[in-house]
Design a protein around this ligand. Structure first.
Ligand code: A2P
Length: 281
């Protein structure tokens, strides 16, 4: 497939999501977020991923407004936090996100983390939001196979996306295959191995990078795209933001894809984040 920064994936409800997004997890609210999001938009990204829990939706909204880019040309994802599920304040929380992001609809609204006792109630509210047209697509994040199965047993609408921690040291083959079986698109958070991670030192990635005159980060992101995975790298540095979007002038061979696929053969999970298999609410 010929790809560029505007290349999109069609979700199971027909909505198109750009494969490459810009993530703002752990980017400080205020100037840092405003600047980073503006740099990303200048570099051509048209997909921004935030969350209530990141506490920077207001700055994302400000950056989008100030960019002058038409709202409909930017794909915005935000997420319902666990706290709102616990307190049953899902609808108010969604409406606060709309206000902060200065928009009357969200492109993709996700349950941020599974909560065994509250997934069902929350999903019904997301379905209601979707039916009202205030979210173009709804989905989940950090849902493992059993969370997906429990949700599907009762859902009227199949989630469009499951956003999970995923990168070459943590390929999540089982949950990715489960998503594919149900027509749920897989999206990677911490696609570069996360802040403080060791992924970008990996010799396999660096050797491949050398061959193409690219960086380990670009090879990693290219591997995600060629695997059909939506990806949302984060950076607060303009040069990196630009470089992370410069992925379309090279293509990994099948052998290189396999070599990277095999990097997580290690039985020890190398995820940096909380593990939804073991952290239960
Ligand atoms: P920084 O914001 O200082 O650029 P992930 O997207 O997996 O969560 O990873 C983000 C981490 O990787 C951040 O710490 C970010 O730091 C760093 N990072 C982002 N892009 C690059 C890059 N091209 N090369 C090296 N590190 C990067």
């Amino acid at each position: 497939m010929k790809m560029d920064i505007k290349t999109t994936k069609k979700l199971n409800n027909g909505v198109e999501i750009p494969y490459l997004g810009f993530g703002v997890f752990q980017v400080k609210d205020g100037e840092d977020t405003v600047k980073s999001v503006k740099w990303a938009l200048e570099a051509g990204y048209r997909h921004i991923d935030t969350a209530t829990a990141y506490r920077n939706e207001g700055s994302v909204g400000q950056a989008i407004q100030e960019s002058g880019i038409n709202r409909k040309d930017i794909f915005i994802t935000t997420k319902l936090p666990i706290d709102a599920m616990k307190k049953s304040t899902q609808m108010e929380t969604f409406e606060t996100s709309l206000k902060l992001l200065q928009t009357d609809y969200i492109d993709l609204y996700l349950i941020h983390w599974p909560h065994t006792g509250k997934n069902r109630e929350s999903w019904k509210i997301l379905e209601e939001i979707y039916k009202s047209g205030r979210a173009r697509a709804i989905g989940v994040s950090n849902f493992m196979e059993k969370n997906i199965d429990a949700l599907l047993a009762d859902a009227k609408i199949v989630p469009t996306v499951d956003q999970i921690e995923l990168h070459p040291h943590y390929s999540q083959h089982a949950v990715a295959a489960h998503c594919a079986k149900h027509g749920i698109a897989c999206e990677a958070w911490s696609p570069l191995g996360g802040t403080g991670g060791k992924l970008l030192d990996d010799p396999v990635l660096n050797n491949i990078a050398k061959k193409y005159g690219k960086s380990a980060a670009q090879v990693t992101l290219r591997w995600e795209l060629q695997n059909g995975i939506i990806t949302i790298p984060k950076s607060t540095h303009q040069e990196r933001i630009k470089a992370n979007a410069n992925l379309y002038d090279f293509e990994l061979t099948l052998a290189e894809m396999k070599a990277i696929n095999d990097l997580d053969a290690n039985p020890q999970p190398l995820g940096m984040g909380w593990n939804p298999y073991t952290i239960e609410y």
